[in-house]
Design a protein around this ligand. Structure first.
Ligand code: SF4
Length: 401
């Protein structure tokens, strides 16, 4: 087994992270995975972990509560059914070629990039947590990424670092272009935003120099995600305005065969995952940004289990909570029953943490209650509604003692 990764690093399939409830593996599929693979993941979570499965804000799935003596078996079984190590993280738009706005196949291109990074490994030095977003439909503009490969036409891609377009290519050349920039990041030992200031420097590698010369015609050009109204051409085809709009997908049916759902708290028990997999017609799943699940198969909207939100207006979407007690050994209080009650009482957007580690806390000023031995510490830009909710539930707020 690989040594557990420190908390400042990024967990992955090959790099378990030690958390308050044991070891955790994070998987980032680049395309839908068949139902059989998810059934195996549920079995792994149940038999080798503590049965808890998280979906993350950045579109990964986490298996929690593994132990030193079980994690290697879990890794082997997940690899066997097709989950792969992803470093750097490759984030793809959720639906790939099935997206009605797709201008290309980001899933296939991500697979080619992953293959290229396997056959031509990067030199050491790439910082942890580097993410490459591959987006053929304008679904990932809200996701922070070090490099962004964004389709702007059929067979026309922009490479974006930070907020600047630095290069462009046809789809076939995209993986090599991204790998080249990743190699330069690795040699510089810095991430996308820091790398930004050095990208115009001359390079020692001739093909890369050629690309930078090319990039001078493009950069500096500020990247503005909301590009409605821009019409771009590529490969002889024309992408329409509608194609180029930055548009996160809504919950619910996207096509007759694809639904986007969110489990309460962005988390599933293995039993809940098994119940979802038993939905008639379900063929494949993938996690998506915002703790979502994209579900393939010809289901009707009403056939999903009730623990899944199928509508952006669902009040449960306002609250999030870590597993808390008794699921997590570090937790000082239960969290999710209280979070459910706060959602039902409409006490605003909030997060509950079972201890000060703050696993999964949004970190963006959202009102947060952190369990302590005596009550709850409150943090956030505006905690008034959360404080009112805790008072209504008979919970103690520490600074109000
Ligand atoms: S924040 Fe929650 S999940 Fe994380 S260690 Fe604390 S109690 Fe456990």
């Amino acid at each position: 087994m690989n040594k557990p990764t420190p908390r400042r690093d990024c967990p992955s399939l090959a790099r378990p992270m030690r958390t308050g409830d044991g070891l955790m593996l994070r998987l980032t599929p680049i395309a839908p995975m068949p139902a059989a693979a998810w059934a195996e993941l549920a079995d792994v979570a149940e038999g080798l972990g503590n049965g808890l499965i998280d979906l993350t804000l950045r579109g990964a799935v986490q298996v929690r509560g593994l132990r030193d003596e079980t994690v290697a078996a879990a890794q082997a079984r997940l690899l066997e059914v097709g989950f792969v190590e992803s470093r750097p993280v490759l984030a793809t738009d959720p639906l790939g070629p099935d997206d009605p706005h797709a201008m290309g196949d980001s899933h296939a291109l991500a697979a080619r990039l992953a293959d290229l990074l396997t056959t031509q490994p990067l030199p050491p030095g790439l910082p942890p947590k580097v993410t490459v977003a591959l987006d053929a439909a304008g679904r990932l503009d809200q996701l922070t990424a070090d490099l962004r490969l964004r389709w702007v036409g059929v067979d026309r891609l922009w490479l974006i670092v930070g907020d600047r377009v630095v290069d462009e290519s046809r789809a076939d050349s995209g993986p090599a272009l991204v790998r080249d920039y990743l190699e330069r990041m690795a040699r510089a030992g810095c991430r996308g935003v820091d790398f930004h200031s050095s990208i115009a420097l001359p390079l020692s590698v001739t093909p890369a120099q050629a690309r930078v010369q090319n990039a001078k015609h493009l950069a500096p050009r500020n990247w503005t995600p909301a590009c409605a109204g821009v019409t771009v051409e590529g490969g002889g085809a024309v992408a329409t305005e509608a194609h180029f709009v930055s548009a996160p997908l809504p919950l619910g049916p996207i096509t007759p065969d694809i639904h986007l759902l969110v489990p309460a708290f962005g988390a599933l028990t293995c039993a809940q995952l098994q119940e979802l997999l038993a939905t008639p017609g379900l063929t494949a799943l993938r996690p998506a940004a915002g703790r979502r699940l994209a579900v393939w198969g010809s289901q009707g909207a009403g056939c999903f289990p009730p623990f899944l939100a199928t509508d952006d207006a669902d009040p449960r979407l306002a609250v999030s909570a870590c597993p808390g007690a008794p699921s997590c050994g570090s937790a000082l209080r239960p969290t999710r029953a209280l979070a459910t009650a706060l959602a039902e009482g409409n006490y605003g957007v909030l997060h509950l943490s079972g201890c000060g580690k703050g696993c999964g806390a949004p970190g963006d000023g959202t009102a947060q209650a952190i369990a302590t031995a005596d009550g709850w510490d409150l943090q956030g830009d505006d905690v008034s509604r959360l404080a009112a909710g805790l008072a209504a539930m008979g919970e103690r707020r520490n600074d109000a003692l």
